[in-house]
Design a protein around this ligand. Structure first.
Ligand code: AMP
Ligand code: MG
Length: 347
Protein backbone atom coordinates (compact mmCIF):
# COMPACT_ATOMS: atom_id res chain seq x y z
CA UNK A 1 0.00 0.00 0.00
CA UNK A 2 2.77 2.40 0.87
CA UNK A 3 4.33 1.70 -2.53
CA UNK A 4 1.07 2.75 -4.14
CA UNK A 5 1.09 5.97 -2.19
CA UNK A 6 4.66 6.68 -3.16
CA UNK A 7 3.61 6.43 -6.77
CA UNK A 8 0.79 8.87 -6.09
CA UNK A 9 3.21 11.28 -4.44
CA UNK A 10 5.65 11.02 -7.31
CA UNK A 11 2.90 11.95 -9.71
CA UNK A 12 2.49 15.15 -7.71
CA UNK A 13 6.00 16.30 -8.43
CA UNK A 14 6.23 18.76 -11.26
CA UNK A 15 9.09 17.47 -13.36
CA UNK A 16 9.17 20.58 -15.51
CA UNK A 17 7.75 24.07 -15.21
CA UNK A 18 4.52 23.18 -17.03
CA UNK A 19 2.62 21.65 -14.11
CA UNK A 20 -0.85 20.67 -15.25
CA UNK A 21 -3.93 20.92 -13.03
CA UNK A 22 -3.97 17.13 -12.67
CA UNK A 23 -0.78 17.42 -10.65
CA UNK A 24 -2.65 19.37 -7.99
CA UNK A 25 -4.42 16.12 -7.13
CA UNK A 26 -3.19 13.90 -4.29
CA UNK A 27 -4.33 10.26 -4.01
CA UNK A 28 -3.85 7.82 -1.19
CA UNK A 29 -5.27 4.32 -0.72
CA UNK A 30 -5.53 1.87 2.13
CA UNK A 31 -7.71 -1.05 3.21
CA UNK A 32 -10.34 -0.70 5.94
CA UNK A 33 -13.95 -1.88 6.41
CA UNK A 34 -13.10 -4.81 4.15
CA UNK A 35 -12.67 -2.51 1.17
CA UNK A 36 -10.29 -0.14 -0.56
CA UNK A 37 -10.52 3.40 0.82
CA UNK A 38 -9.32 6.18 -1.47
CA UNK A 39 -8.62 9.71 -0.31
CA UNK A 40 -8.38 12.31 -3.09
CA UNK A 41 -7.43 15.88 -2.25
CA UNK A 42 -7.26 18.81 -4.62
CA UNK A 43 -4.86 21.73 -4.28
CA UNK A 44 -3.30 20.70 -0.95
CA UNK A 45 0.49 20.82 -0.61
CA UNK A 46 2.16 17.46 -0.38
CA UNK A 47 3.21 17.50 3.26
CA UNK A 48 -0.22 18.51 4.54
CA UNK A 49 -1.89 16.02 2.22
CA UNK A 50 0.20 13.14 3.56
CA UNK A 51 -0.42 14.14 7.18
CA UNK A 52 -4.18 14.45 6.61
CA UNK A 53 -4.40 11.14 4.80
CA UNK A 54 -2.35 9.34 7.48
CA UNK A 55 -4.64 10.68 10.19
CA UNK A 56 -7.74 9.57 8.29
CA UNK A 57 -6.23 6.14 7.75
CA UNK A 58 -5.55 5.71 11.50
CA UNK A 59 -9.09 6.79 12.33
CA UNK A 60 -10.57 4.38 9.79
CA UNK A 61 -8.62 1.47 11.32
CA UNK A 62 -9.82 2.38 14.83
CA UNK A 63 -13.45 2.59 13.68
CA UNK A 64 -13.18 -0.63 11.74
CA UNK A 65 -12.10 -2.40 14.94
CA UNK A 66 -14.76 -0.66 17.09
CA UNK A 67 -17.67 -1.30 14.75
CA UNK A 68 -16.83 -4.72 13.38
CA UNK A 69 -19.92 -6.91 13.07
CA UNK A 70 -18.34 -10.20 14.13
CA UNK A 71 -14.79 -9.73 15.40
CA UNK A 72 -14.35 -8.88 19.11
CA UNK A 73 -14.49 -5.12 19.73
CA UNK A 74 -16.70 -2.36 21.11
CA UNK A 75 -19.73 -3.42 19.05
CA UNK A 76 -19.51 -7.10 19.97
CA UNK A 77 -19.22 -6.10 23.65
CA UNK A 78 -22.29 -3.90 23.22
CA UNK A 79 -24.18 -6.83 21.70
CA UNK A 80 -23.25 -9.00 24.69
CA UNK A 81 -24.54 -6.28 27.03
CA UNK A 82 -27.79 -5.98 25.02
CA UNK A 83 -28.28 -9.74 25.22
CA UNK A 84 -28.33 -9.59 29.06
CA UNK A 85 -31.51 -7.45 28.90
CA UNK A 86 -30.21 -5.22 31.70
CA UNK A 87 -29.49 -1.47 31.36
CA UNK A 88 -25.84 -0.53 30.77
CA UNK A 89 -23.67 2.47 29.90
CA UNK A 90 -22.75 2.18 26.24
CA UNK A 91 -19.20 2.54 24.97
CA UNK A 92 -18.77 6.07 23.57
CA UNK A 93 -17.13 4.52 20.49
CA UNK A 94 -20.50 3.06 19.46
CA UNK A 95 -23.17 5.11 21.26
CA UNK A 96 -23.59 7.90 18.64
CA UNK A 97 -23.92 5.28 15.89
CA UNK A 98 -26.67 3.47 17.77
CA UNK A 99 -28.56 6.74 18.23
CA UNK A 100 -28.30 7.71 14.55
CA UNK A 101 -28.96 4.17 13.26
CA UNK A 102 -32.09 3.96 15.42
CA UNK A 103 -33.34 7.32 14.11
CA UNK A 104 -32.81 6.28 10.49
CA UNK A 105 -34.40 2.88 11.06
CA UNK A 106 -37.57 4.52 12.38
CA UNK A 107 -37.69 6.81 9.31
CA UNK A 108 -37.18 3.78 7.06
CA UNK A 109 -40.04 1.96 8.79
CA UNK A 110 -37.64 -0.82 9.73
CA UNK A 111 -36.58 -1.69 6.16
CA UNK A 112 -33.12 -0.50 7.21
CA UNK A 113 -32.95 -2.46 10.45
CA UNK A 114 -29.55 -2.42 12.23
CA UNK A 115 -30.76 -4.89 14.90
CA UNK A 116 -30.97 -7.96 12.61
CA UNK A 117 -27.37 -9.04 13.27
CA UNK A 118 -28.47 -12.58 14.21
CA UNK A 119 -30.23 -12.98 10.86
CA UNK A 120 -27.18 -11.73 8.94
CA UNK A 121 -24.99 -14.16 10.90
CA UNK A 122 -27.42 -17.01 10.19
CA UNK A 123 -27.04 -16.35 6.48
CA UNK A 124 -23.26 -16.71 6.85
CA UNK A 125 -22.39 -13.10 6.06
CA UNK A 126 -20.49 -12.66 9.32
CA UNK A 127 -17.41 -14.24 7.79
CA UNK A 128 -14.66 -13.26 5.41
CA UNK A 129 -15.38 -16.33 3.27
CA UNK A 130 -19.00 -16.80 2.23
CA UNK A 131 -20.78 -20.15 2.63
CA UNK A 132 -20.51 -22.61 -0.23
CA UNK A 133 -23.64 -24.37 -1.40
CA UNK A 134 -25.63 -24.26 1.85
CA UNK A 135 -28.68 -22.31 2.95
CA UNK A 136 -29.63 -21.54 6.54
CA UNK A 137 -32.29 -23.58 8.25
CA UNK A 138 -35.72 -22.24 7.21
CA UNK A 139 -37.10 -22.80 10.71
CA UNK A 140 -34.29 -20.76 12.28
CA UNK A 141 -35.01 -17.88 9.87
CA UNK A 142 -38.73 -18.06 10.67
CA UNK A 143 -38.07 -18.03 14.39
CA UNK A 144 -35.87 -14.90 14.18
CA UNK A 145 -38.39 -13.11 11.96
CA UNK A 146 -41.13 -13.90 14.47
CA UNK A 147 -39.06 -12.49 17.32
CA UNK A 148 -38.98 -9.29 15.20
CA UNK A 149 -35.93 -7.49 16.61
CA UNK A 150 -36.23 -3.75 15.99
CA UNK A 151 -34.91 -0.43 17.22
CA UNK A 152 -38.20 -0.01 19.10
CA UNK A 153 -36.88 -2.65 21.53
CA UNK A 154 -33.88 -0.49 22.42
CA UNK A 155 -34.19 2.59 24.64
CA UNK A 156 -31.33 5.08 24.77
CA UNK A 157 -31.24 7.87 27.37
CA UNK A 158 -27.96 9.71 27.56
CA UNK A 159 -25.40 6.92 27.60
CA UNK A 160 -27.79 4.44 29.24
CA UNK A 161 -29.08 1.73 26.94
CA UNK A 162 -31.68 -0.92 27.62
CA UNK A 163 -33.12 -3.69 25.49
CA UNK A 164 -36.20 -5.83 25.90
CA UNK A 165 -35.74 -8.28 23.02
CA UNK A 166 -33.16 -11.10 23.21
CA UNK A 167 -33.17 -11.34 19.39
CA UNK A 168 -31.63 -7.84 19.07
CA UNK A 169 -27.99 -7.74 17.91
CA UNK A 170 -26.58 -4.74 16.08
CA UNK A 171 -24.98 -5.08 12.65
CA UNK A 172 -23.96 -1.66 11.34
CA UNK A 173 -22.80 -2.94 7.96
CA UNK A 174 -25.43 -0.96 6.05
CA UNK A 175 -24.50 2.35 7.65
CA UNK A 176 -21.09 2.42 9.39
CA UNK A 177 -19.11 3.03 6.20
CA UNK A 178 -21.16 6.16 5.54
CA UNK A 179 -20.79 7.29 9.15
CA UNK A 180 -17.00 6.80 8.95
CA UNK A 181 -16.82 8.78 5.70
CA UNK A 182 -18.73 11.66 7.34
CA UNK A 183 -16.23 11.72 10.21
CA UNK A 184 -13.32 11.68 7.73
CA UNK A 185 -14.81 14.65 5.87
CA UNK A 186 -15.30 16.48 9.21
CA UNK A 187 -11.63 15.85 9.96
CA UNK A 188 -10.48 17.14 6.57
CA UNK A 189 -12.51 20.32 7.06
CA UNK A 190 -10.98 20.81 10.53
CA UNK A 191 -7.61 20.61 8.82
CA UNK A 192 -8.67 23.35 6.40
CA UNK A 193 -9.11 21.01 3.42
CA UNK A 194 -12.22 21.93 1.45
CA UNK A 195 -11.78 20.06 -1.85
CA UNK A 196 -11.73 16.30 -1.34
CA UNK A 197 -13.31 12.92 -1.97
CA UNK A 198 -13.32 10.03 0.49
CA UNK A 199 -14.32 6.89 -1.39
CA UNK A 200 -14.89 3.50 0.24
CA UNK A 201 -15.26 0.82 -2.43
CA UNK A 202 -17.30 3.06 -4.74
CA UNK A 203 -19.41 4.74 -2.02
CA UNK A 204 -18.21 8.25 -1.38
CA UNK A 205 -18.63 11.79 -0.18
CA UNK A 206 -17.10 14.66 -2.13
CA UNK A 207 -16.73 18.26 -1.02
CA UNK A 208 -15.70 21.33 -2.98
CA UNK A 209 -14.42 20.98 -6.52
CA UNK A 210 -11.68 19.59 -8.69
CA UNK A 211 -10.19 22.99 -9.46
CA UNK A 212 -12.18 24.71 -12.20
CA UNK A 213 -14.69 21.89 -12.59
CA UNK A 214 -16.94 19.89 -10.25
CA UNK A 215 -15.96 16.40 -9.12
CA UNK A 216 -17.51 13.83 -11.47
CA UNK A 217 -18.01 10.24 -10.36
CA UNK A 218 -19.19 7.02 -12.00
CA UNK A 219 -21.96 4.64 -10.94
CA UNK A 220 -21.32 0.96 -11.56
CA UNK A 221 -23.58 -1.17 -13.75
CA UNK A 222 -25.13 -3.93 -11.60
CA UNK A 223 -24.86 -6.61 -14.30
CA UNK A 224 -22.00 -5.58 -16.59
CA UNK A 225 -18.43 -4.57 -15.96
CA UNK A 226 -17.91 -0.84 -16.11
CA UNK A 227 -19.78 2.37 -15.59
CA UNK A 228 -23.52 2.80 -16.13
CA UNK A 229 -23.76 6.54 -15.59
CA UNK A 230 -22.03 9.50 -14.00
CA UNK A 231 -23.02 12.45 -11.85
CA UNK A 232 -21.38 15.73 -10.98
CA UNK A 233 -21.11 16.53 -7.29
CA UNK A 234 -22.58 19.81 -6.18
CA UNK A 235 -20.16 21.07 -3.51
CA UNK A 236 -21.09 18.52 -0.85
CA UNK A 237 -22.70 15.26 -1.94
CA UNK A 238 -22.51 11.62 -0.96
CA UNK A 239 -23.25 8.94 -3.55
CA UNK A 240 -24.02 5.47 -2.17
CA UNK A 241 -25.07 2.33 -4.00
CA UNK A 242 -26.45 -0.87 -2.51
CA UNK A 243 -26.28 -3.81 -4.90
CA UNK A 244 -26.99 -7.52 -4.96
CA UNK A 245 -23.60 -8.08 -6.65
CA UNK A 246 -21.50 -6.89 -3.71
CA UNK A 247 -21.58 -9.98 -1.46
CA UNK A 248 -23.42 -13.09 -2.50
CA UNK A 249 -23.23 -16.83 -2.95
CA UNK A 250 -25.17 -19.17 -5.21
CA UNK A 251 -27.04 -22.36 -4.41
CA UNK A 252 -28.58 -24.35 -7.29
CA UNK A 253 -28.04 -21.40 -9.63
CA UNK A 254 -29.92 -18.91 -7.42
CA UNK A 255 -28.19 -15.86 -5.99
CA UNK A 256 -28.39 -15.23 -2.24
CA UNK A 257 -27.01 -11.77 -1.44
CA UNK A 258 -26.33 -9.78 1.70
CA UNK A 259 -29.25 -7.33 1.82
CA UNK A 260 -31.93 -9.02 3.89
CA UNK A 261 -35.60 -8.06 4.02
CA UNK A 262 -36.27 -8.00 7.78
CA UNK A 263 -39.96 -8.86 7.12
CA UNK A 264 -39.19 -12.20 5.43
CA UNK A 265 -35.69 -13.02 6.66
CA UNK A 266 -34.58 -13.67 3.05
CA UNK A 267 -32.53 -11.53 0.62
CA UNK A 268 -34.66 -8.69 -0.77
CA UNK A 269 -35.55 -9.79 -4.29
CA UNK A 270 -37.05 -6.91 -6.29
CA UNK A 271 -34.00 -4.71 -7.02
CA UNK A 272 -30.45 -5.24 -8.28
CA UNK A 273 -29.09 -1.85 -7.26
CA UNK A 274 -30.11 1.42 -5.65
CA UNK A 275 -28.11 4.64 -5.79
CA UNK A 276 -28.85 7.53 -3.44
CA UNK A 277 -27.36 11.03 -3.45
CA UNK A 278 -27.59 12.96 -0.18
CA UNK A 279 -25.35 15.40 1.68
CA UNK A 280 -24.75 13.15 4.66
CA UNK A 281 -22.97 9.87 3.85
CA UNK A 282 -24.47 7.99 6.83
CA UNK A 283 -27.99 8.88 5.69
CA UNK A 284 -27.19 8.02 2.06
CA UNK A 285 -25.78 4.64 3.16
CA UNK A 286 -28.78 3.69 5.32
CA UNK A 287 -31.20 4.97 2.68
CA UNK A 288 -29.62 3.00 -0.18
CA UNK A 289 -30.07 -0.20 1.86
CA UNK A 290 -33.63 0.72 2.93
CA UNK A 291 -34.72 1.58 -0.63
CA UNK A 292 -33.18 -1.63 -1.94
CA UNK A 293 -35.44 -3.55 0.46
CA UNK A 294 -38.40 -1.27 -0.37
CA UNK A 295 -38.06 -2.13 -4.08
CA UNK A 296 -39.85 -0.59 -7.09
CA UNK A 297 -43.25 -0.33 -5.36
CA UNK A 298 -42.33 1.32 -2.08
CA UNK A 299 -39.10 3.30 -2.65
CA UNK A 300 -40.86 6.64 -3.24
CA UNK A 301 -42.70 6.54 0.09
CA UNK A 302 -39.59 5.55 2.07
CA UNK A 303 -37.37 8.09 0.28
CA UNK A 304 -39.85 10.85 1.19
CA UNK A 305 -39.90 9.77 4.83
CA UNK A 306 -36.09 9.77 4.94
CA UNK A 307 -35.81 13.18 3.26
CA UNK A 308 -33.92 11.81 0.24
CA UNK A 309 -34.03 13.91 -2.95
CA UNK A 310 -32.14 11.80 -5.51
CA UNK A 311 -32.70 8.08 -6.15
CA UNK A 312 -32.05 5.61 -8.96
CA UNK A 313 -33.32 2.04 -8.48
CA UNK A 314 -32.73 -0.75 -11.00
CA UNK A 315 -35.25 -3.55 -10.67
CA UNK A 316 -34.74 -7.24 -11.40
CA UNK A 317 -36.08 -6.76 -14.97
CA UNK A 318 -33.39 -4.11 -15.61
CA UNK A 319 -35.92 -1.23 -15.59
CA UNK A 320 -34.41 1.98 -14.21
CA UNK A 321 -36.64 3.88 -11.76
CA UNK A 322 -35.74 7.49 -10.89
CA UNK A 323 -37.28 10.63 -9.53
CA UNK A 324 -37.27 13.65 -11.89
CA UNK A 325 -34.51 15.49 -9.98
CA UNK A 326 -32.22 12.44 -10.32
CA UNK A 327 -33.01 12.15 -14.01
CA UNK A 328 -32.01 15.79 -14.46
CA UNK A 329 -28.53 15.28 -13.00
CA UNK A 330 -27.48 11.80 -14.13
CA UNK A 331 -25.59 11.18 -17.41
CA UNK A 332 -25.85 7.68 -18.86
CA UNK A 333 -22.94 6.19 -20.75
CA UNK A 334 -23.74 5.63 -24.44
CA UNK A 335 -25.84 2.50 -24.96
CA UNK A 336 -26.49 2.05 -21.22
CA UNK A 337 -29.88 3.72 -21.05
CA UNK A 338 -32.59 1.07 -21.07
CA UNK A 339 -36.23 1.44 -20.06
CA UNK A 340 -36.67 4.32 -17.61
CA UNK A 341 -39.61 4.98 -15.32
CA UNK A 342 -39.69 8.45 -13.82
CA UNK A 343 -41.62 8.75 -10.55
CA UNK A 344 -43.52 11.64 -9.05
CA UNK A 345 -41.21 14.30 -7.55
CA UNK A 346 -39.90 13.37 -4.09
CA UNK A 347 -40.20 16.87 -2.65
P1 AMP B 1 -25.20 -2.03 2.18
O1 AMP B 1 -24.16 -2.58 1.27
O2 AMP B 1 -24.91 -0.66 2.68
O3 AMP B 1 -26.59 -2.11 1.58
O4 AMP B 1 -25.21 -2.91 3.50
C1 AMP B 1 -25.40 -4.29 3.50
C2 AMP B 1 -24.97 -4.86 4.83
O5 AMP B 1 -25.84 -4.37 5.85
C3 AMP B 1 -25.05 -6.36 4.89
O6 AMP B 1 -23.81 -6.96 4.61
C4 AMP B 1 -25.49 -6.63 6.33
O7 AMP B 1 -24.38 -6.62 7.18
C5 AMP B 1 -26.34 -5.43 6.66
N1 AMP B 1 -27.78 -5.56 6.31
C6 AMP B 1 -28.37 -6.43 5.46
N2 AMP B 1 -29.69 -6.19 5.34
C7 AMP B 1 -29.95 -5.14 6.15
C8 AMP B 1 -31.14 -4.40 6.46
N3 AMP B 1 -32.33 -4.68 5.92
N4 AMP B 1 -31.02 -3.37 7.35
C9 AMP B 1 -29.83 -3.06 7.91
N5 AMP B 1 -28.69 -3.70 7.65
C10 AMP B 1 -28.74 -4.73 6.78
MG1 MG C 1 -26.06 1.02 3.04
Amino acid sequence: MKALRLLAILSLLCLNSACSREEAVFHDRFFAFGTLIEVTLYGVDQERAIQASDLIEQEFHKRHADWHAWEPGALSTTNEQLARLEPFSADPAVLPLLVEANRLSRLAQGLFNPTIGKLIALWGFHANELPVGTLPDAQAIKSLVEQAPSVADVTIEGDRVSNRNPAVAYDLGAFAKGYAIDRAIDRLRELGIDNAIVNAGGDLRGIGRHGERPWRIGIRHPRQPGVLASVELDGDDSVFTSGDYERYFEVDGKRYHHIIDPRTGYPADTATSVTVIHTDAAVADAAATALFVAGPDAWVAIARRMGIRYVMLIDTDGVIHMNPAMQARIHFEPGMQTEIRVSEPLS
